[in-house]
Design a protein around this ligand. Structure first.
Ligand SMILES: [Zn+2]
Length: 442
């Protein structure tokens, strides 16, 4: 039996009752959390503790919490990070030509390995991703040991891995059948957006997802021209999607920055999940999504980095603080989103948005051991008066010490386990140099 006993941790469970143990312990057996409690309930005899587990970890007062859940990203875009910032026509001028020229299996695989290291080493245990050659992301996620929901992007133009418009649909069907049943890496369908996929193909993708019980990932109401177009035709992008039957509990809608109260009510009524990407939206000069209003209306809202081109950093520590800060600015109220609410949104909230709330996202006996242990002994973190405030506003990505997914260490004492970090860095730098040289001519 593979087992780990964490001791002397501030155990932050993110369960329904807000249970905290400070100091506390937690026991993992195989892939499951089997016990936890305050330190005084552990046997004081070290030999007795040795008998409880194969391995004991002294958390030294660090925070042990459910790993972050990043519900929307495109990790393979790592080589493009920082290119063409602040250009008004960035997507068309830089990204599309570069993707057309450079995106192939090896770029996607290398970019995914790089992104997985960045995510895991900052405490993320589970993520949702959509891009091209998504089978390469799946392969990398499998090696890294993270939990993932992955979708091949479907668009109405020729893509790096599909010559014909909507060629992604055929790729997606193959990808889904190849990865169905994997214990950690779940396939999904990922039409790009309502403005790049027509109603007929949206319905097909939604029906395929429904038939197989899978998530449907899509960018929704993210752009001003998209919103103007569907507001003119149907009242709003959300109303348009409802009119073609795409709003459902399977839909994971990324961004949703253009949504009024009627849209929010509709999203709640159809039990749609929303991936809120505050940093990426702010960088692009888009409106602040009504994320807290959606959450209050009952919409399942998770937090996300978006891709390395749009959001840059792939660590959720940054995002978990952007969420309350921007919502406070939006509503002009200090307590719009409390630190505790933000911490929950970044963990169990994300798990629920991905339909994984029964499996992961909180520390509860019987749930999978998807955990992040953060050191708290740095100058930027101390003192800790309120652990949720510390998690949301003080912890840095670099404070992540160890990360487990499904009971296995994916980061062990700050070192990635499943992927060689220096090799992944070298390969990424090589691709980034080629992409950067080409971008200089654009
Ligand atoms: Zn996106």
């Amino acid at each position: 039996l593979n087992s780990v006993l964490f001791e002397n941790a501030v155990v932050v469970t993110m369960d329904g009752a807000g249970t905290l143990f400070d100091p506390g312990w937690l026991l993992v057996e195989e892939n499951t959390i089997v016990g936890l409690g305050p330190m005084e309930t552990l046997p004081s005899d070290p030999a007795a503790r040795d008998r409880m587990a194969d391995r004991r970890v002294d958390a030294r007062g660090g925070i042990l919490m459910p790993g972050f859940v990043n519900v929307h990203t495109h990790i393979s875009m790592a080589p493009f990070r920082g290119l063409g910032e602040d250009r008004p026509d960035r997507l068309r001028r830089f990204l599309f030509p570069l993707e057309k020229r450079f995106v192939d299996k090896s770029l996607v695989y290398d970019g995914a390995r790089f992104g997985l290291i960045e995510m895991a080493k900052s405490g993320t245990t589970c993520f949702a991703d959509m891009y091209y050659f998504e089978a390469e992301v799946a392969r990398a996620a499998d090696e890294a040991g993270l939990r993932a929901i992955l979708g091949e992007t479907i668009v109405d133009f020729s893509a790096p891995d599909a010559a014909e418009p909507y060629g992604g649909l055929e790729y997606a069907r193959r990808f889904v059948s190849d990865w169905m049943g994997h214990p950690r890496v779940s396939p999904s369908f990922a039409p790009h957006a309502p403005y790049t996929v027509d109603a007929e193909h949206l319905k097909i993708a939604a029906a395929e997802a429904e038939k197989r019980g899978l998530i449907l990932q899509m960018h929704v109401a993210e752009a001003a021209d998209e919103s103007a177009r569907f507001t003119a035709s149907h009242g709003s992008t959300v109303k348009y999607l409802d009119s073609i039957g795409v709003l459902s509990p399977r839909l994971l809608a990324a961004h949703v920055v253009y949504a009024d109260d009627a849209d929010i009510a509709l999203l709640a009524a159809r039990d749609v999940a929303v991936a809120h990407c505050p940093q990426s939206n702010a960088k692009a000069g888009r409106p602040i999504a009504p994320a807290k209003r959606m959450a209050d209306a009952g919409v399942r809202v998770g937090l996300a980095t978006d891709g390395p081109l749009s959001g840059n950093g792939m660590d959720m520590q940054t995002i978990v603080s952007w969420y309350p800060k921007l919502q406070k600015v939006r509503e002009l109220k200090r307590d719009t989103v409390t630190a505790k609410e933000a911490a929950y949104a970044a963990t169990i909230g994300g798990a629920r948005a991905l339909g994984l709330g029964e499996l992961t996202g909180s520390i509860e006996v019987g749930k999978r051991a998807d955990l992040a242990l953060f050191d708290t002994d740095s100058f930027g973190v101390q003192p800790i008066h309120d652990v949720y405030s510390t998690i949301v506003y003080s912890l840095k990505a670099s404070d992540a010490r160890s990360v487990l997914v499904d009971g296995a260490f994916v980061v062990d004492e700050r070192t990635m386990v499943g992927i060689d970090e220096s090799e992944a860095m070298a390969r990424l730098m090589e691709t980034a140099a080629r992409v950067g040289a080409a971008a200089a001519d654009l």
